[in-house]
Design a protein around this ligand. Structure first.
Ligand code: AMP
Length: 584
């Protein structure tokens, strides 16, 4: 197939703003394409060589492309650059300079799609020293053989600026018309695309085996599935109503979405945008390998940064340190992660995407072996909006963004690639950022595990209620303690240890150890939030809820100069909550 056919189609497509016309031109092009090239032509029209998830980018910087154009046209790089300043498009500049070199076309070998594709593929895959010159030569070679029009599109393709404006959905429309027997085939084609994320593969199967084979398209390990997305509502009542009165509500973890594909010992991880992120997360790979008890499986999880000492979740920003290509071994230790698994799409030959959510969840419980660092997303099944609200507050306090409420109906399939009402997220409209430190009283403690076995893992802290002369809990704190602190704190607290909760302490939590309120420490947190657990200001901001400090951290300051009654008061916490409340 001649590349000129492709270039002509591009020119027509570019010349229209009407989607229907664009589709017609694409249908024409696809019909002219032989079966063995259909996938390649589909990728090329989107400025790619492979489906996105393979991560192969042609990516030639404009500067290098200018050098290739200079070689192919005999013009100086300076001349080309100054024309580029006028046109703003290196493709157009190239076309212009090639038009002025008519004599060269005598020696042209007309370009085929195969040659263009093969050469671009080489350009994309060559790495290492000296590769730049090699790439420039390959590109210059193509330009020498290209017509001016072809050169324009080749240059735009290699510099990532093809931008014909052909959306995935337009390609599907065109495929349905060209080879599917009409628009009716559109839905099956779309599903095939949504579960494979590979338009080229869909095109190839359609052209070589027909629509029937497309209907039999199955999820397969290694091919990422386009993720299902959630709609949003802002009250539990609305959510329950929309979901038919009952739902499964899960913590909405604040991390990075991962679609994990396991095939024996081999594990691949894809991001929400379907980039292959396996090499960034060797620890997640290991967790999937060990904790997914199926030979082959595709599961979805949220990857969250955790405090290495306490296992508590850390804010999303900390996970961003893991977005790096180098020194990954160090990052694993410095910014450890946990996985919270929330769906399963495939297990040992069984495509689960069309099964209702509760069935998938049951399979999930069968195949996930929970451990310290791999858990199934915390959930409740409820028809009660009050319970949903409490669960939401609990999720926020524990470091989550809110809830994802999911349909439990029989038709709650996994809607690959779609944002729909089967999943509804519930996030906050307001939050109250904490800018000042507070001084809080230690009223209880919890035994530590792992690295903190034998000492306290977390302390229970309270604010002072002046009016009632009581101490109301406001957070559990495990972060910010040095090894020295961990030794010193039990010694400091020992004289105040008592066998039961102190009568002046109000707490719904059962601590392992209780203390007479005496020791005051300084704490900073990220926010003050409503809490179904803590008793500070209970019922004042909202019926049945108190206030809590989210992501609390010890500043290192022991306030031994302060008596328990000198600690930050409940009224001060309420003031902080109110004055810092902002819309998000
Ligand atoms: P958003 O990005 O705000 O549209 O929210 C959807 C995202 O929430 C998903 O893409 C996941 O990354 C994330 N998420 C966290 N926990 C869950 C959960 N339990 N179920 C589904 N998605 C979740």
């Amino acid at each position: 197939m001649m590349y000129s056919l492709v270039a002509e189609a591009y020119e027509k497509i570019e010349g229209t703003t009407k989607r229907l016309e664009m589709t017609d031109y694409l249908v024409d092009l696809l019909k002219k394409t032989p079966p063995d090239l259909i996938d390649k032509v589909v990728y090329l029209t989107q400025g790619k060589l492979y489906p996105d998830y393979m991560g192969v980018e042609i990516g030639i910087a404009e500067k290098l492309a200018i050098r290739a154009v200079s070689k192919a046209t005999g013009r100086s790089e300076k001349e080309i650059s100054s024309d580029l300043e006028v046109t703003g498009d290196l493709g157009e500049t190239t076309q212009k300079f090639l038009e002025k070199r008519l004599q060269a076309s005598l020696f042209r070998r007309p370009l085929t799609v195969q040659t263009v594709y093969r050469t671009l593929d080489k350009i994309a895959k060559t790495t290492g020293s000296g590769s730049m010159d090699y790439k420039i030569n390959l590109l210059a070679g193509l330009l020498v053989d290209a017509t001016p029009k072809e050169a324009k599109y080749i240059i735009r393709t290699v510099t990532g600026k093809l931008r014909l404006g052909i959306a995935d959905m337009t390609v599907l429309d065109a495929l349905a018309i060209a080879y599917g027997g009409g628009k009716e085939a559109r839905d099956v084609l779309e599903r095939a695309y949504n579960i494979s994320s590979d338009l080229g593969k869909v095109a190839k199967v359609l052209v070589t085996s027909g629509v029937e084979e497309i209907k039999r398209f199955k999820v397969s390990v290694g091919n990422p599935i386009r993720p299902m997305l959630a709609e949003r509502l802002s009250s539990p009542q609305e959510i329950l109503e929309k979901l038919g009165g009952k739902c499964i509500a899960e913590y909405k973890y604040d991390g990075e979405r991962m679609q994990a594909h396991k095939d024996g010992n081999k594990v691949m991880l894809f991001s929400r945008r379907l980039e292959n992120i396996t090499s960034q997360y060797p620890d997640a790979v290991q967790l999937i390998r060990e904790n997914v008890k199926a030979k082959t499986a595709i599961v979805e999880a949220e990857c969250v940064a955790v405090d290495p000492d306490t296992g508590e979740m850390r804010p999303f920003q900390e996970l961003m340190h893991r977005r790096r290509k180098h020194e990954i071994a160090e990052a694993i230790v410095e910014y450890p992660i946990s996985l919270f698994v929330f769906d399963v799409l495939y297990v040992d030959g069984r495509d689960l995407t069309l099964e209702p959510y509760l069935n998938r969840h049951k399979v999930l419980e069968e195949i996930i072996e929970e451990g310290d660092r791999v858990k199934i997303a915390t959930y409740i099944i409820t028809d009660d909006s009050e319970k949903l609200e409490r669960f939401f507050e609990e999720a926020i306090e524990n470091g989550c963004e809110g809830l994802v409420c999911k349909s439990v109906s029989e038709d709650s399939v996994y809607q690959a690639g779609a944002r729909g009402w089967l999943w509804i997220k519930y996030k906050r409209d307001y939050k109250s950022e904490m800018t000042d430190t507070v001084d809080l009283v230690v009223v209880g403690a919890f035994y530590g595990r792992g690295k903190r076995a034998g000492t306290y893992g977390a302390l229970l802290l309270a604010a002072y209620n002046k009016r009632e002369d009581t101490f109301e809990t406001v957070c559990k704190i495990g972060s910010g303690f040095t090894d020295e602190d961990l030794k010193k704190i039990p010694e400091l607290l020992e004289p105040h240890r008592i066998p039961h909760r102190h009568p002046r302490v109000k707490s719904t939590l059962e601590a392992d150890v209780w203390f007479t309120p005496r020791i005051v420490i300084e704490v900073i947190g990220a926010e003050i939030t409503l809490s179904p657990v803590h008793t500070c200001a209970m019922g004042i901001m909202r019926k049945g809820s108190g206030l809590a400090i989210r992501f609390p951290r010890f500043t290192g300051n022991y306030r031994l100069d302060k008596a328990a009654e000198d600690a930050t008061t409940v009224d001060e916490i309420i003031e902080m909550y109110k004055s810092q409340l902002k819309r998000v």
